[in-house]
Design a binder for this molecule. Structure first.
Ligand code: NA7
Length: 535
């Protein structure tokens, strides 16, 4: 029998979400342990070490907002943060707030089971220890479990195969013939970063996307001083916005201005840089109105045609998707890099990959693309993927993944009926937006729910809260309605789960935004939590 340690709260995962929740739980004065599979903290920013890995959130907002002193003093050099900079920031927070003693690394959770006699979760791990806890908080990541397509003949390939998350500092691409499958954020960042070092680089593209220049640039001391002076109002504006990216979200419909004025606005957004800024900063209806969306698409297609010199290459990377309606991509020299002689593009829509051979990849036209390294930048099994690694069993042994059979769902992004005192960080049907304010918003709700459970416990009850089936269903309908009104429903991306074979296509996010989400949470609290069972 393994020794079993008792805590008030167990948090699974020590990424940004996990350490933010750790802060919240410590503030409540509860005993807590964070269990982390990896050998370091950082989560997504520890696992994704591929070249060019960069956030598209402005640096001043990729922060935990509760440490106001740190907001003003922690240095960041540029408009956007690279992966090593974010990882360093997360480690800095852990060290500054002496969180290390609460975090147990190299510890993979293998199951979590609700014990309805003790009213506690029993958490098993791959180590010699088990844990029992009243509150279980899963901060296991939104985009964590890789999608690694199985292609015939992969085992025969004599070169190296890796997913973008498996890139390590020892991954060697110098003077090699490299193939990249996939052209989402990871694929185009890797391509741009490594093309100059490779002998040749072949980009296998199934669905070319619309990408907007990031225009990363140093932050001047004067800019930093201005941010520091106004940090409080900057953060207030984040809470008051839909996406939390610190941009002005336009209220002007596209067709309400003249064609010339539209182009002037698109040009100015293009020069300014930032994908979210482009999608939301110019016009209010880019992702809700088909005709408005096409105006933006046509402008971006024009930019691609003007940048990519080789007409055949330009044709192959030209988006053919009807809408600019995925999480928009930021690029930093991607289209220019395509002009390099050593970069080739294979349009998988015309010549799909048929199989791997010992030498490389054979496409539908019979061509064998000789390769030494193939990088699968093929994305993630969003949300559910992180929960497939270990079973979570709630009341009567019900599996969370069974509860999510028709698509991952929850009430307010944090709780499911039948799973008492289980709280998600960045869970399904939480707000879609900039991750740091999103995870802080859902964690604040969790804190309020834990306070409620503590109150009922002190009053002699069981100290248990969980969403009601009715509240979960109603919230799900609200999420679906928001999706109906958006063009995101047409894309086969991780937002709907259609990027993964076998996953139910459903709305995995609350597209109403951060402001509306927070007001829904406040309303629930003001009304005494009608959507939660309190036992
Ligand atoms: P994404 O955005 O999900 O992109 C994955 C890419 O891989 C995309 O181009 C896919 O094409 C492609 N893909 C997936 N499976 C295949 C197969 N079997 N064959 C060919 N191509 C394939 O993942 P990223 O890692 O780039 O970015 C994830 C998020 O991280 C991003 O949104 C940012 O928020 C940060 P498809 O579009 O499915 O045709």
């Amino acid at each position: 029998m393994k020794p079993t340690h008792r805590f008030d709260a167990i948090i699974i995962g020590a990424g940004l979400g996990g350490i933010n929740s750790l802060h919240e739980v410590l503030e409540l004065g509860l005993s807590v342990r964070v269990l982390e599979r990896a050998s370091e903290v950082g989560g997504t920013w520890f696992y994704n070490q591929y070249p060019g890995c960069t956030s598209d959130t402005p640096s001043l907002l990729y922060r935990l907002y509760w440490d106001k002193e740190d907001l003003r003093t922690y240095p960041w050099p540029n408009r956007y943060l690279t992966q090593p900079e974010i990882l360093a920031y997360i480690k800095h927070v852990v060290s500054k707030h002496n969180m290390g003693p609460h975090i147990q690394l190299n510890t993979e959770v293998t199951s979590a089971t609700w014990d309805s006699t003790q009213h506690r979760w029993l958490v098993q791990t791959n180590t010699s220890e088990a844990f029992t806890t009243r509150y279980l908080i899963t901060a296991v990541g939104v985009l964590h479990e890789p999608v690694f397509p199985r292609i015939p003949g992969m085992h025969t390939f004599r070169g190296d195969l890796l997913h973008s998350t498996q890139w390590t500092p020892s991954t060697d691409i110098a003077n090699k013939r490299v193939g990249i499958i996939g052209c989402g954020a990871s694929g185009i960042q890797i391509l741009t970063a490594i093309a100059p070092q490779t002998a040749s680089l072949t980009s296998f593209q199934r669905t070319p996307q619309y990408a907007i220049p990031a225009r990363n640039a140093p932050i001047t001391p004067a800019e930093r001083a201005a941010y520091n002076e106004h940090y409080d109002s900057i953060i207030d504006a984040v809470w008051d916005s839909a996406t939390g990216f610190g941009i002005r979200e336009s209220t002007t419909p596209t067709m309400s201005v003249s064609p010339a004025e539209r182009v002037r606005i698109y040009e100015s957004l293009w020069r300014e840089g930032g994908a979210m800024q482009f999608m939301l900063g110019g016009f209010s209806d880019t992702f809700t109105d088909a005709a408005a969306n096409e105006e933006a698409c046509a402008f971006i297609r024009g930019k691609i045609a003007a940048t990519v010199r080789d007409a055949e290459k330009a044709r192959k990377v030209m988006p053919t998707e009807r809408f600019f309606a995925r999480r928009p991509l930021c690029e930093e020299g991607y289209y220019e890099t395509l002009n390099r002689e050593n970069v080739r593009v294979v349009a998988l829509g015309e010549t799909p990959i048929e199989e791997f051979t010992a030498e490389g990849v054979r496409t539908g036209d019979g061509v064998v693309h000789g390769l030494d390294v193939v990088v699968f930048a093929t994305g993630f099994d969003a949300i559910e993927g992180s929960y497939t690694r270990f079973p979570i069993r709630g009341r009567e042994g019900r599996l969370l993944m069974e509860h999510w059979g028709g698509g991952a769902k929850s009430y307010l992004g944090v709780s499911c009926p039948g799973f008492p005192n289980l709280f998600f960080v960045n869970g399904p049907q939480g707000p879609f937006g900039n991750i740091p304010p999103v995870l802080q918003s859902t964690a604040q709700l969790t804190t309020e729910l834990i306070k409620e459970a503590e109150k009922t416990l002190a009053e002699g009850s069981l100290g248990v809260v969980e969403a009601t089936p009715e509240a979960e269903a109603e919230w799900g309908q609200r999420c679906e309605k928001m999706m109906e009104g958006s063009l995101f429903k047409h894309s086969s991306s991780w937002i709907t789960g259609r990027n993964v074979e076998g996953r139910a296509s459903a709305c995995r996010f609350f597209l109403g935004g951060i402001k509306l989400y927070r007001s829904a949470c406040r309303d629930a609290q003001d009304q005494g939590w009608p959507g939660f069972l309190k036992l």
